[in-house]
Design a protein around this ligand. Sequence first.
Ligand code: SAM
Length: 297
Amino acid sequence: MENDQKLSNPKKTIEIIQKYNFNFQKKFGQNFLIDSHVLNKIIAGAGVSGDDMVLEIGPGIGTLTQYLAEAARKVVAVEIDRSLLPVLNETLGSYDNVTVINEDILKLDLGALADEYNDGKPIKVVANLPYYITTPIIMGLFESHVPVDNVTVMVQKEVAKRMEAGPGSKDYGALSVAVQYYAKPYIVANVPRNCFMPRPNVDSAVIRLTCHEKPPVETPDEHLMFRIVRAAFNQRRKTLVNALNNSPELSVDKEQIQAALAAMGLSPTVRGEALTLEQFACLSGYVLQGNSNDKAD
Ligand code: SAM
């Protein structure tokens, strides 16, 4: 399709919206892209090529989908808003490699999709995400262990910074540790509000999360490690010893945490926000060991 005929041309977006009398739904986070440079950056950032199957979350009127369809072998686009189906039928009508599914992405079996459309091989996930469910979508994808090569998504700029941050940054938190356990983040582009219709109230960024084949650190108990991480950042101004001791999610006493910190060569007054992912993994090992020693006593 000629570039000026695509929906990235704001005139085309307005034309389609008027033709179908479409009403933007705030509850679905509907802010459609109207900037071809940003769309090209997303495709390049994700490294979409002619062999790829791409899962697009929330195609909207099909703006990003048109670019994906021209770059990928197959695009499966999952849209919750039924009223967009006739629109997508028109805007994607000239592409024979796109399948639109009218579903809530949080309820779909993504492993089955990867099996059906990509023989279970790793897929790429590309989206201008609905911001109200950014974290459940990304964490849901990681935790489901669907084979994924990378997740390249538009998110709120602050959220992108939090995903990419490391110890010592004010943006470092439980989301940073969780995302970095599963993937290597890289901010591809910052995107101003005027690239969307309607304009959102926040700035945005495109982030690529390249999934690790196996986690970069070893923990004997993933769930325990994430409980420790949540507890550490829930009370981030407290010392780690107090934050973990106060947590209703954990049953560890102060002496046990102090002994673990000493064994790791960390100060007894260290805060959770100073620990690396590797140190959280190591700490989970000591806590688990301490708990099993208690049971054996
Ligand atoms: N991809 C289009 C673009 O870039 O212009 C639209 C992006 S818009 C920010 C987010 C899209 O996600 C909307 O079309 C919205 O209806 C859809 N959406 C919201 N919640 C969803 C869900 N739970 N499952 C699938 N799609 C959803």
